[in-house]
Design a protein around this ligand. Sequence first.
Ligand SMILES: Cc1noc(C)c1-c1cc(NS(=O)(=O)c2ccccc2)cc(C(=O)O)c1
Length: 127
Amino acid sequence: ELSEESTMRSLRLFLRDVLTRLAQDRRFKVFLKPVDLEEVEDYADVIENPMDISTMMNRIDQHKYQNVASFLSDINLICSNALEYNPDFYKSLRHRACLLKDMAHAIVEEDLDPNFERKCNEVIDAQ
Ligand SMILES: Cc1noc(C)c1-c1cc(NS(=O)(=O)c2ccccc2)cc(C(=O)O)c1
């Protein structure tokens, strides 16, 4: 019987592994750090909730994710921000954003035990 603390610890290990695997893919280099607001001056005017892989790694360490669904919604945010800010002509960035999202969901799909996500949600409900 996994205690709540060990369930959350296992969740953090799982999420760090998913994020590390994505961060090692050179195609996702532009998503590793926050968009540089000095370089992309109007970014904050367009994108309300910036997100990137390094910020997500910090959030794992800050125990901000209590289930995999909340982790995936931040991955989805990286993707939706890139699609929203970058017009059609920036095809390669838009494509890589979609690839990041699909790869994250595929890794979770193949590696996450559904009972484990249920256990995480039971921990949340018990709070
Ligand atoms: C992600 C993202 N979402 O909107 C945009 C636009 C990007 C994005 C962000 C970055 N990284 S950065 O903000 O630190 C940077 C911008 C300009 C010069 C040097 C660095 C690079 C690129 C790129 O295509 O190279 C694109």
